[in-house]
Design a protein around this ligand. Structure first.
Ligand SMILES: Nc1ncnc2c1ncn2[C@@H]1O[C@H](COP(=O)(O)OP(=O)(O)OP(=O)(O)O)[C@@H](O)[C@H]1O
Length: 242
């Protein structure tokens, strides 16, 4: 494995009971890349990112993250995962939630405090730090989940539809932060079905019915198909509406 290759998915298949949801998936993600998984609802995006994060097992094939065969608990501190459904403790305040995850990641003392301040500032929730999460709106919960995934400055950041329910201004600042992180070497995998977000990724895999139907940078994909938008690219490759 070359050293810039941070995530390698090889011939991965996954079924739930008799339903084959991912078929022979191959993809490579390089250091510092923002890699987008784009596809309609049910295409298999969440299933794939959960396996890359080590939450679920593949039925066959292999997934290597930082050259370690997944799933592997030793990568807990190096991978950040933001799930589509928020994994938060509603009865606790945001700060208590952050402290809980900071403890899991081994963050202590002044470093813990500095990281909490930094991620809460990023998602514009500093003023709500001491509010119980049960009193948060849906969008605030998404922002807190994003803050938690960034807390330990993971080398690999996996975000499942991170900006759903987040307003356009904050969405822009989240993307600016993702760009900044990637420029500093963080490798980012993000699922989306928002076209303008897909355009912000350095490379994309288009996923349809459990298959990757195309991979490349947004520009390459548009050039190859003579399309003016990623939406058009998707349709040209035989994809359904995203
Ligand atoms: N735990 C499960 N048990 C059974 N089927 C599942 C399970 N998880 C996902 N599936 C099925 O796998 C397929 C892919 O689902 P997945 O959530 O990965 O798609 P997705 O592309 O992330 O969709 P969305 O954009 O709506 O989140 C769907 O048909 C879904 O019903």
């Amino acid at each position: 494995m070359n050293t810039s290759l941070k995530v390698q998915v090889t011939n991965v298949c996954k079924s739930f009971e008799n339903n084959l949801v991912l078929q022979n998936i191959n993809l490579d993600v390089n250091e510092g890349e923002i890699f987008g998984l784009l596809g309609p609802s049910g295409a298999g995006k969440t299933t794939l990112v959960k396996m890359i994060a080590g939450i679920n097992n593949a039925d066959s094939g292999t997934i290597r993250v930082l050259n370690v065969l997944m799933p592997n608990l030793s990568l807990l501190k190096k991978v950040g995962f933001m799930a589509q459904s928020n994994a938060l403790y509603g009865e606790l305040t945001a700060l208590e939630n952050l402290d809980f995850f900071a403890a899991i990641y081994g963050l202590r003392g002044s470093i813990r405090k500095a990281r909490i301040d930094s991620v809460m500032d990023l998602v514009k929730l500093t003023e709500n730090l001491r509010k119980p999460v049960s009193q948060y709106s849906g969008g605030m919960k998404r922002r807190l989940s994003l803050a938690i995934s960034l807390l330990h400055e993971p080398e690999i950041l996996i975000l499942d539809e991170p900006t759903v329910g987040i307003d356009p201004v904050l969405r822009q600042s989240v993307w600016n932060e993702l760009k900044r992180l990637s420029e500093n070497g963080t490798t980012i995998i993000v699922t989306t079905h928002v076209m303008d977000e897909a355009e912000k990724c350095e490379r994309l895999a288009l996923l349809q019915d459990g298959h990757i139907i195309a991979t490349g940078s947004p520009e390459e994909l548009k050039e190859k198909t003579n399309a003016s938008s990623i939406e058009e690219v998707f349709l040209q490759y035989g994809g359904a509406d995203v």
